[in-house]
Write a protein that binds this ligand. Structure first.
Ligand code: ADP
Ligand code: MG
Length: 276
């Protein structure tokens, strides 16, 4: 039996127009991700990875093409519908982890459930379990400021998974982690995606992390340049220093007066929308 397709984009394009400059950040990308499939999205800086994730997270609208998640057309939804859809169906963590500074680790994770009005004793238990599984069992009541960057990132991962979303999106989840921790976190992340049958996409600069994914999609200049599905090819990629080749900065194709590295994206804040 074929697994259910959760994400299906067809010729999706995103054009940014700023001060007379037109950037085709994403250029006719067609991508499918099935339930229980974990995809690694790689490519040079500026190749459109974050823009792609932001569109899938319904934080940005596509300029052209269609994006379907769970059989629903994202482009056909109004803003309120998109906010509801995002809260219920999408989990994400971006480079800037957007934890609420005055809530504890546990409360930050539970916040997602509260937005969905699904908080209760059982949900709190799941939040605890998830944080414990991510190695934060003794940090539940710490504020973000009392956690290391890596611990904060793991709280953000728990928050991305807590509400049982169909789709989980992670932008550079290991950027602030050492190698050992990165392996642990991505390993657990992959296990959870597989066990709970989510459709997962992880952007990573660290090709070694590709050993945890089922498919590698490489973007260059907004387009999909390569898709790797053979296990042996993925292992080869994860085990080599091809990292250096894929990751070198893209040649400056346009002058952009703003740095997009931090924060990675101009996105509406708060990212999951406020209370209705
Ligand atoms: P990546 O995540 O692969 O590094 P991005 O998706 O962040 O790439 O960016 C792709 C291209 O789109 C880059 O040229 C970037 O400068 C541009 N870009 C991204 N966001 C915006 C924006 N809000 N306004 C204008 N240009 C943008
Ligand atoms: Mg990016």
């Amino acid at each position: 039996m074929n697994q259910q397709t959760i994400i299906e984009t067809t010729n999706v394009t995103k054009i940014f127009d700023s001060s007379g400059l037109t950037v085709r950040a994403v250029d006719e990308v067609s991508l499918r991700v099935k339930a229980g499939e974990f995809v690694g999205l790689v490519g040079p800086s500026g190749s459109g990875k974050t823009t792609m994730l932001a569109m899938l997270a319904t934080l940005l609208r596509e300029s052209d093409g269609t994006m379907m998640i769970d059989g629903q057309d994202l482009g056909a939804m109004g803003e309120r519908q998109r906010t509801k859809f995002r809260r219920e169906k999408i989990g994400f963590t971006f480079q800037a982890n957007n934890l609420v500074p005055y809530l504890t680790a546990l409360e930050n994770v539970e916040l997602m459930l509260r937005l969905n009005k699904k908080n209760g004793r059982k949900s709190r238990e799941r939040a605890r379990e998830l944080l414990t599984r991510l190695g934060l069992g003794d940090r539940l009541n710490n504020l973000p400021a009392q956690l290391s960057g890596g611990q904060q990132q793991r709280v953000a991962i728990a928050r991305a998974l807590i509400h049982n979303p169909s789709v989980v999106l992670a932008d550079e989840p290991t950027a602030s982690l050492d190698t050992e921790r990165a392996n642990q976190v991505v390993g657990i992340f992959a296990d959870l995606i597989h066990e709970e049958q989510r459709a997962g996409i992880m952007v990573t600069h660290d090709l070694r992390m590709c050993k945890y994914v089922d498919k590698v999609v490489q973007m260059v200049d907004g387009k999909i340049a390569r898709v790797i599905t053979e296990r042996t090819d993925i292992e080869l990629l994860a085990g080599t220093s091809e990292f250096d080749r894929l990751d070198k900065p893209a040649p400056a194709k346009q002058k952009d007066p703003i740095s997009w590295e931090a924060p990675p994206l101009r996105m509406p804040i708060p990212v999951y929308g406020g209370a209705d």
